[in-house]
Unconditional design. Structure first.
Length: 118
């Protein structure tokens, strides 16, 4: 199995710092939009993370998959909920999403290993 998820999690903060340095207005604007959208409302943070994860999978965005698997687990989702959300993405978008399921499983394994180590 690839080590892409572990690499993403190990370097995510430094990548974000580089973007903030290079494009502070873009990074700040996105951060504000993200934070206001992802706070609890009529939908819980867990529900929003699962939706974002499914969309990221459907769009075949590796970074989105990694970020929202971690976010969903952090917000209280369990492994099977993440997998079910992925199933919805595959049902809606088909084979191209299906081919990204190994990335999702890799991310789940990495996030679960992080929480066991903590």
């Amino acid at each position: 199995m690839s080590d892409d998820a572990n690499n993403y999690y190990a370097h995510a903060r430094e990548h974000v710092a580089k973007v903030k340095s290079a494009a502070p207005a873009v990074a700040g604007g996105f951060a504000n939009f993200y934070q206001s959208t992802m706070k609890p409302g009529e939908l819980s943070v867990r529900e929003k993370e699962l939706i974002a994860l499914a969309i990221g999978l459907a769009m075949r965005c590796e970074g989105c998959i990694y970020a929202h698997v971690r976010g969903a687990i952090k917000a209280g989702a369990i492994r099977q909920q993440v997998i079910e959300a992925a199933g919805v993405a595959v049902m809606m978008q088909g084979g191209p999403s299906y081919t990204y399921l190994p990335k999702l499983l890799e991310a789940l394994d990495a996030v679960e290993a992080e929480s066991k180590a903590a």
